[in-house]
Design a binder for this molecule. Structure first.
Ligand code: GLC
Length: 465
């Protein structure tokens, strides 16, 4: 079976968020299961290439009445035999990937051009892919274009929803730009009646199968609460919708201690971090941390902000690492400016190395997201024995068991988050805490299980379509 995974990012080459982590690690696990998986992404200037790279060929891609040259480069995912194809075009991709996709042309236009280029690539490769596995709105037009170009001979498609709230809404003109004319696809005509196009909606309605990145999120998005007006679209396709929990690439998160010596390993990681961040030094101070994109709609910033002073007033320490919404960056920074407290550190940055140091040093990792399709951070935290404290939603619900390997709170409120924090503090330093840390560190969140689920889903798709 041959699969082409199409996405906007692939870690560690292009990493902007969790989507990149998934696209950079799932294919390696699939390859081990004999699913021949290639990856295709835009060649943004931020791409970090450490492996051999070479230019394979140039394709001609029609768009908006013109024909553009797209250079196809090939490299491998590090430590693997997975082929990554990077598509280079100065007009469309040269400024992409910076500051959350800031571009001199609209994001929807850039990714519509990407979708069209993916389809031209499939054609150039003699249509040898059985499945094109699309990810999020960036690839929302791929199925339509495959149908237009290859008809019934086209590969089957799977559309994975990583985050339903980012939808890629743009000028309806992009439909014409990619070559879709009125009357060709009813669901496009219907979508653009109001003057804009929603690329997430197109992906959901056109793809052969759909899945979400955790079983709970796949159920949640059938409700208005989590999906708004998209709940109806998803209910209509429920028979073709499933949920598979993401895994993590354990190699990307080396541990310097294990279940047998976590206590001393964490103590020294904590001391190092406390020194580095100029925090009060003390191995017995429970360290809570939060590492995330600062997205106020998703990441639970309001309830987190309310709880931080409680943490240090109860003898804990708190570290935040993240960037995003400017208002919230300032609000968190003000906490330090106002108090000058040495048990509090706010770092407004995107820094993978520091993130790994924080995981290793932390006793608790806060993930109070209002909604969370999967969330990788709670799994990474558990790997380092940092007990996750999570809201009972999506992939958080599917990976953390309350009182076993972390703490789960039900109501989305500062009070219930604080209750969970207090429960953690009460057990901290006791044997119960130690047992939970060991449970967390023993849990297997590698791709082993989930890649098998993907393989099964691919097989089901090929049997059905
Ligand atoms: C998005 C989601 C996150 C998920 C990630 C990878 O970033 O918000 O929950 O883990 O995609 O699927």
């Amino acid at each position: 079976m041959k699969v082409l995974l199409a996405a906007s990012e692939v870690a560690p080459i292009i990493k902007l968020g969790g989507l990149g982590d998934v696209v950079g690690s799932l294919p390696k696990a699939l390859q081990k299961l004999d699913v021949n998986t290639d990856v295709i992404v835009p060649f943004f200037p931020i791409a970090k290439i450490n492996e051999h790279i070479h230019k394979c060929f140039t394709m001609l891609v029609p768009f908006s009445g013109e024909t553009y040259e797209v250079e196809v480069y090939n490299t491998k995912l590090p430590q693997s035999d997975v082929d990554v194809f990077l598509l280079k075009n100065d007009k469309f991709f040269s400024k992409g990937g910076l500051h959350a996709f800031a571009n001199n042309i609209s994001e929807t236009q850039m990714f519509s051009f990407f979708s069209r280029s993916v389809v031209e690539f499939v054609k150039t490769e003699f249509n040898t892919y059985d499945i094109v596995h699309c990810n999020d709105w960036h690839t929302g037009l791929v199925t339509h274009l495959l149908t237009d170009e290859l008809g019934t001979e086209r590969p089957a498609t799977l559309f994975t929803i990583h985050n339903l709230m980012y939808q890629g809404v743009g000028d309806a003109g992009v439909a014409v730009d990619v070559g879709i004319v009125p009357g060709m696809h009813k669901i496009v005509d219907w979508d653009i009646e109001d003057g804009d196009i929603n690329l997430m909606q197109q992906g959901i309605t056109s793809s052969d199968f759909i899945n979400a990145v955790s079983p709970s999120y796949a159920k949640e998005i059938l409700t208005i609460e989590f999906a708004g007006e998209f709940s109806d679209l998803l209910i209509a396709r429920e028979g073709r919708l499933s949920g598979i929990l993401n895994g993590i690439d354990s190699n990307a998160f080396p541990r310097y201690y294990d279940v047998s010596n976590w206590d001393s390993g964490k103590a020294s990681a904590k001391k190092k971090l406390q020194e580095k961040l100029c925090l009060n030094i003390g191995k017995d101070k429970p360290l809570f941390s939060f590492i995330s994109r600062l997205d106020p709609n998703q990441k639970g910033l309001d309830i987190l902000h309310a709880v931080i002073p409680e943490i240090y007033s109860k003898g804990g320490q708190f570290v935040l690492l993240g960037t995003g919404d400017k208002v919230w960056e300032q609000k968190f920074s003000d906490l330090v400016n106002e108090t000058n407290n040495k048990d509090l550190h706010i770092k407004i940055a995107f820094d993978n190395d520091l993130a790994n140091e924080i995981y290793a040093a932390s006793d608790f990792l806060l993930v109070p997201s209002r909604y969370e399709p999967c969330g990788l951070i709670q799994m990474i935290g558990m790997r380092y024995g940092a007990l996750p404290i999570v809201h009972n939603v999506g992939g958080l619900k599917d990976s953390v068991s309350d009182g076993v390997n972390g703490y789960v709170f039900d109501a989305y409120s500062a009070e219930s988050l604080l209750q969970a924090v207090s429960r953690g503090l009460n057990l901290y330093g006791k044997q119960e805490h130690s047992i939970m840390v060991q449970n967390a560190m023993k849990a297997d969140f590698s791709w082993n299980t989930s890649a098998k689920e993907y393989k099964k889903l691919y097989e089901r798709i090929l049997e059905t379509v």
